[in-house]
Design a protein around this ligand. Sequence first.
Ligand code: MHO
Length: 208
Amino acid sequence: SKMDNSFHTISLGMGCFWGPDALFGHLPGVIRTRVGYAGGTTSHPTYRQMGDHTEIVEMDFEPDKISLEDILNVFWNHHNPVNINDYKGRQYMSLLLYHDEEQRSIIQRVTEEGKGETLTSIAPYSGFHLAEDKHQKYHLKRYPDALEKLGMLYSSHDDLVNATLVARLNGLAKGYTSLERIINEIEQWSTHSNHQQIMTDVIRTIRW
Ligand code: MHO
């Protein structure tokens, strides 16, 4: 498998979660992404009833391939933290939810070095509520031919949205990467070469 058992997870709020899902999904080292609601206290949040939660992109990543510092740089370079009193309350809050003490101290150090926006809130992670299916890999879902062909590789919606390949293709759908970059990356994965060939063959036939 392309992942070992030592991946890390980080959860970020940076506005509408559709874009960040594609942004982080395109990056080598990110194993999978998901979008949902977190950071609040109300139970069973949904898109229509988010309560005091924030739209969050959560990702599993390989720290030897992409560091938390790298991820934080992407985070601050790709959104303008909004004052929650000015716009939509907590829904679009700039928020870093750290999963452990190591992440907390890295975030604190980077923030003190002045790279961090002061309007970003920092809080301990306390659970995640997965958003509705239609919000997962939202940009890729604008491409019916891609979904139909990926249906040949993944037998369920969960398998599809959790796949590294699908995270990259969602990034491609938003314009963050290219098919050639994705195919080159697949060749680096420790996946069986037959499976690499099948993935490459399938994605080459997609009409965008
Ligand atoms: N302006 C966007 C935001 C969606 S994002 C999931 C819309 O409602 O179409 O918050």
